[in-house]
Design a binder for this molecule. Structure first.
Ligand code: ZN
Length: 495
């Protein structure tokens, strides 16, 4: 297959044709979660976005080494270089070992990712398991003269670095503006400059996560782990680095500075960032009361939710927006996605219907659907356009079943292949509909049979039996309509 994948590179601010450094090998690094709380929408979006990239690159026959890290040390509460470690704080509050907190939330993260059908990465390294590599990186940066020691901590010298390289190259920020904005901040006496960031922090006496180093017993700065672990597993130069847009500054800007300062060359060819999630038009935040975790979506237990939404509804909903657009979660929008996905799965099951008459001639062009869907994937993973093609395929199936258009046997098998590839393999939707697991034909005949028994019961004025069948099918999500010739039915919510 000819690779025509273009991806938007945050660094060049344009779409670029994807050319791997060592084809067919591709190195992909994505910033993973800081594991100190329940997995939520903010975790789901990057995981799903880069799962699509991972699946598509694999489909294009690249050998992808996908590294997604686990931040289990050094991510401080206020995201700057002061305050508590997020995990240590949680451990202290709940009287647990920090690694108990990490394991507990990591298990929950993995469960949620499994439910969302996010494929596991090739390597999932922990920051706390790579302290030696991080200390070595600090030494390299010190040796190159772009860092300094102060009171047992080591800071990156941003101003000196900016004299040779460009600090702000990714975020478009300007060091003068940053200096003006941060000059007034207190508690940064150890730093030469307010824009400098910590590579190593000396641990305060009460700080429980600490390791020996040449400078002090302490812990690495948050930005360091991704530079050290991507280098270890993907090499000094690798293809794609991804993450949420909120990580562009300071995290990814600092990563660029750390690798440039230590090796003299840029580590990453393509920087990719997914946009953020809002809930009912508002930024998600604990203090705003709209912080809904994934389990609450799956069970419908949050007060803002009018019902439960299955993991596949959440996944499909995320994919109905392009990854560089914002996604706004609301009950209305999620219910529309649920209906849309059910419509696609229903059409798919009809392909197995033995009564689906094929003809010798065809009124339809399935290859055109494949071309448009591939074109969309190649255009910076444009999943909403892929989904539009799937709805077009569903329309063709429904028209064919209704006898409005003619399809050949080959068309039917191409349509099946189209769903199998784009909906299930590349978009990663699991067919949660139970009807999808049995032959649709047998399923439909069983429902028809029940409704025929109901018709007979009605003719015999056996209202108890007739009502019982109707009520129980309705409770299962079937919509039943009496017509002059008999009945019609459809399944609204495959459960
Ligand atoms: Zn990172």
């Amino acid at each position: 297959m000819v690779n025509q994948l273009s991806i938007y590179n945050t660094l060049s601010r344009k779409k670029e044709l994807f050319k791997p450094l060592h084809s067919p090998r591709v190195g992909l690094y994505v910033c993973g979660p800081t594991v100190y709380g329940d997995p939520h929408l903010g975790h789901a979006r990057p995981a799903v976005t880069f799962d699509i990239l991972f699946r598509y690159l694999t489909h294009l026959e690249y050998k992808v080494r996908y590294v997604r890290n686990i931040t289990d040390v050094g991510h401080l509460v206020n995201d700057a270089d002061s305050g508590d470690d997020k995990i240590a704080k949680k451990a202290r509050l709940e009287d647990l070992e920090p690694m108990e907190v990490v394991q507990y939330y990591l298990n929950r993260y993995h469960e949620a990712m499994d439910a969302l059908n996010v494929l596991p990465p090739s390597i999932e390294p922990h920051a706390s398991g790579h302290i030696i590599e991080q200390i070595q990186l600090v030494k390299d940066i010190l040796n190159k003269g772009y860092a300094y020691e102060s009171e047992g901590s080591v800071y990156f010298d941003v101003e000196k670095y900016n004299g040779k390289y460009h600090y702000g190259i990714l975020s478009g920020r300007n060091i003068e503006d940053m200096l003006n904005a941060t000059r007034e901040l207190e508690g940064q006496e150890e730093k030469r400059n307010s824009v400098d960031f910590a590579l190593w922090k000396k641990a305060a006496p009460e700080h429980i996560m600490r390791w020996p180093s040449p400078w002090s017993d302490g812990f690495p700065g948050w930005h360091l782990e991704c530079t050290a672990m991507s280098k270890k597993y993907l090499g000094e130069e690798f293809d794609i680095h991804g993450g949420g847009m909120d990580l562009i500054f300071p995290h990814h800007e600092c990563e660029i500075a750390q690798s440039m300062a230590s090796t003299g060359k840029p580590a990453v060819q393509y920087w990719m960032h997914n946009n953020m999630i809002t809930v009912n038009g508002q930024k998600m935040g604990k203090s705003l009361g709209n912080f809904i975790n994934l389990e609450e979506f799956f069970t419908g237990s949050h007060s803002l939710l009018t019902q439960a939404y299955s993991p596949m509804t959440v996944r499909f909903f995320i994919l109905q927006a392009h990854y560089r657009s914002t996604v706004d979660f609301s009950n209305d929008a999620l219910q529309a996605s649920e209906k849309g996905l059910a419509r696609l799965l229903e059409a798919y099951t009809k392909l197995d219907n033995k009564d689906f008459a094929s003809s010798e001639t065809s009124d339809t062009d399935i290859q055109g659907l494949f071309n448009k869907a591939y074109e969309a994937m190649n255009d910076d993973l444009n999943t909403p356009i892929v989904i539009a093609q799937l709805f077009e395929a569903a329309r063709i199936i429904n028209s064919a079943v209704a006898g409005q258009i003619a399809v050949t046997k080959e068309n039917i098998s191409d349509l099946k292949r189209f769903f199998d590839l784009f909906l299930f393999e590349l978009l990663g939707i699991k067919n949660e509909s139970k009807a999808g697991n049995v032959s649709y034909d047998a399923f439909a005949k069983a429902v028809d049979m029940l409704l025929e028994i109901r018709m007979q019961a009605k003719q015999n004025k056996d209202w108890a039996t007739s009502d019982k069948i109707r009520n129980e099918l309705t409770a299962l999500g079937f919509e039943i309509k009496d017509t002059k010739d008999g009945f019609e039915w459809k399944l609204n919510h495959p459960s």
